[in-house]
Design a protein around this ligand. Structure first.
Ligand code: SF4
Length: 335
């Protein structure tokens, strides 16, 4: 279908992408069993990773020419990106200023939160699948729960808001953690978001039977709490939300597999090596790094980005018979 003249990141299903997810690195300092093998992965060679200038240029083009209003920094683990605070300061200096957030595993955040907040980062999601040290060690293969807990507190104390916790529940690993996690977050003032496990692991070992579904999560929570639908409209937000025991505390579930929200998707993605992906699950991507390094003008890069999004599929097809897991793992795409 010919693409109509429109500066924004539109697609053939009438969606407009305004939320850019940027992976700053594919490297990580945890080894979560549902994400990568114990030995880690072959990380991208340095020269393939976008430089700070290239990264900021692409984000500037997205904000100035493509209508992007929200940017989320991800990884791998973004705290491992050298010069992160400077990147944050440069992004928040863009005009119009994008809303900036970051998803992190929290390792090292206790020391960095104040500096990141001062640089302009005001929203953060920290991945935490358990509040039990033994279970944390079993999932991440690292004994670092206290570091994550300290990182969360530092983000809150640095004035970041909201401070969200992202949790994945897996049968046989941490399915009993739903209630303890919510109690912890309510007590600390964090906003908990459960995410259904998605087939994006490097080992391609995803097993639908091990995934705890949204229905399963809600059943466990309702045994302990009274959940009422959240009063505000959901819009394109991935999470369905509930007030807990009448509020103000809330909880959310991102049911990517069993209750897909692709029809309202507002996301576009940039990988650490400069590829644009229209969807977390697409197997097609456009290499903007080579375009930029070959001397392309901003307008040419913007047009290539628009063309990629115009070809975006209706949704992730996980529930379709012919579903093929993307070659690129989650750790090299970002949340
Ligand atoms: S799976 Fe793809 S289309 Fe669906 S919500 Fe996620 S990024 Fe959007």
């Amino acid at each position: 279908m010919p693409r109509p003249e429109n500066p924004q990141l539109i697609d053939t299903f009438g969606r407009v992408a305004t939320d850019l997810r940027v992976s700053l690195t594919d490297r990580c300092n945890l080894r979560c069993t549902y994400c990568m093998p114990a030995e880690g992965l072959d990380w991208m060679p340095g020269e393939q990773v976008l430089s700070d200038d290239e990264l900021v240029r692409l984000m500037r083009i997205a904000v100035e020419q493509l209508g992007v209003t929200d940017i989320r920094l991800t990884g791998g683990e973004p705290l491992l990106r050298p010069g992160l605070e400077d990147i944050v300061a440069r992004v928040t200096a863009l005009s119009p200023r994008p809303r900036l957030s970051m998803t992190t595993n929290g390792i090292g955040l206790a020391k960095r939160a104040a500096g990141l907040a001062a640089a302009g980062l005001n929203r953060i999601n920290v991945s935490l699948d358990t509040v039990d040290p033994e279970t944390f060690l079993k999932i991440t293969r690292r004994d670092r729960l206290s570091h994550v807990v300290a990182g969360l507190a530092a983000a809150r104390d640095a004035g970041m808001t909201p401070v969200k916790v992202n949790a994945v529940l897996i049968r046989g690993l941490n399915e009993t953690e739903a209630v303890p996690l919510l109690k912890f977050c309510l007590a600390e003032g964090y906003h908990l978001r459960f995410i259904e496990q998605m087939p994006l692991d490097a080992q391609h070992g995803w097993n639908r039977g091990e995934m705890i579904t949204a229905a399963g999560i809600l059943e466990m929570l309702e045994a302990e709490f009274t959940l009422t639908p959240f009063p505000a409209a959901r819009g394109g937000a991935p999470a369905e939300r509930w007030l807990v025991d009448g509020g103000p505390g809330d909880v959310g579930v991102i049911a990517s597999v069993t209750r897909p929200f692709c029809a309202a998707c507002e996301r576009t993605r940039l990988t650490a090596d400069g590829a644009v992906r229209s969807c977390l699950f697409s197997n097609d991507e456009t290499d903007l790094r080579s375009l930029a390094r070959a001397g392309a003008r901003d307008e040419e890069i913007a047009d290539a980005w628009r063309a990629t999004m115009w070809g975006k599929l209706a949704g992730h097809e996980i529930n379709d018979a012919g579903f093929a897991q993307p070659i690129r793992p989650m750790s090299a795409i970002g949340g």
